[in-house]
Design a protein around this ligand. Structure first.
Ligand code: GDP
Ligand code: MG
Length: 292
């Protein structure tokens, strides 16, 4: 029996809905989603397995001009996702002005087939949709343009059919039971980071990293310890909040989602630690699993 398999990379500017889209396509909440830009920092695989195909989606960080070492690493993970893709899903927000230059630089000259996904059309008019469809058809000569709402899972079934058309005949790349290449610890740290992005303002989310330091599966529950790393003492104080109130809120929200994700009771404890300027230090970044 014939079998198809391939890599499909989801790319675009920050905050256009890439992670929401990947989760919707694979039918699992793998990637974290927040209203803030630059939530996603790694390439994260989401794998769809059926008897006669395997689609390996890559969610990627939003494309920007890097300003510090962490962002350099984020952009090299985008380049990685582009270099091995069989197909590119370029996601754009229907309300974006045509200023995707940093993205276009990367994909305009590629020979990899491109599908344009105009997202968030739940917030737009039919006329907006027609205008943007015409614009992107002209600009990128894509194989297809879909106007979608990732959030409301509107018009996504056509994407899956088209993706399958572009997948080569190939044996599976990953075990057919696998849903992703990342382990549970990774997703636990991501869930905690999501709560930090949602609960703090300004530079706090961007200055924060989360490391799971212990993960013990017991018969009736999983015990997890995590370090929340910030760059300065002042950030540590804000993170903890008056009498520990903010950290407690983050911990409770995270624990509830981790319980859903692991489908088990969880005991979560968090510690805040200061590592000055970790975002600009290669050795720290490497130890946190950032490439390059
Ligand atoms: P990413 O940075 O490209 O991965 O974007 P996210 O998936 O994290 O989404 C960014 C924000 O856009 C979140 O607040 C999402 O809820 C929102 N969003 C994503 N898709 C849609 C959509 O189809 N419609 C609307 N209205 N909002 C969306
Ligand atoms: Mg994202």
């Amino acid at each position: 029996m014939s079998h198809k398999a391939g890599f499909v990379s989801i790319i675009g500017k920050p905050n256009v809905g890439k992670s929401t889209l990947m989760n919707a396509l694979i039918g699992e909440k793998l990637s974290i989603i927040t209203p803030k830009a630059q939530t996603t920092r790694h390439r994260i695989l989401g794998i769809v397995n059926e008897e006669n195909y395997q689609i390996v989606f890559s969610d990627t960080p939003g494309i920007i001009k890097p300003k510090y070492q962490l962002q350099d690493s984020m952009m090299s993970s985008v380049n990685g996702a582009l270099s091995d893709a069989d197909l590119i899903l370029f996601v754009t927000d229907i309300h974006e002005g045509h200023d995707e230059n940093d993205v276009l630089e990367k994909i305009e000259k590629t020979t990899i087939p491109i599908i344009v996904l105009i997202n968030k059309i739940d917030t737009a008019t039919q006329q907006d949709v027609e205008e943007k469809t015409a614009y992107w058809t002209e600009k990128l000569n894509p194989k297809h343009v879909f106007a979608i709402s990732a959030l409301h899972e509107y018009n996504l079934s056509g994407i899956m059919d088209t993706v399958l058309n572009f997948l080569p005949e190939h044996p599976a790349y990953y075990d057919k039971e696998d849903l992703t290449d990342r382990n549970q610890r990774f997703f636990v740290s991501e869930i905690i980071r999501e709560k930090i992005f949602n609960n703090y303002q300004k530079e706090i989310p961007y200055s924060t990293e989360v490391v799971v330091t212990s993960f013990k599966e017991e018969e009736k529950m999983t015990r997890i310890s995590a370090e929340i790393i910030v760059e300065r003492d002042s950030q540590k104080n804000i993170l903890i909040g008056k009498g520990g109130s903010m950290l407690k809120k983050v911990g409770t929200e995270a624990r509830k989602d981790i319980e859903k994700f692991l489908d088990q009771k969880v005991f979560l404890e968090t510690f805040v630690k200061v590592l000055p300027d970790w975002r600009s230090k290669k050795n720290y970044l490497k130890s946190f699993g950032y490439e390059n």
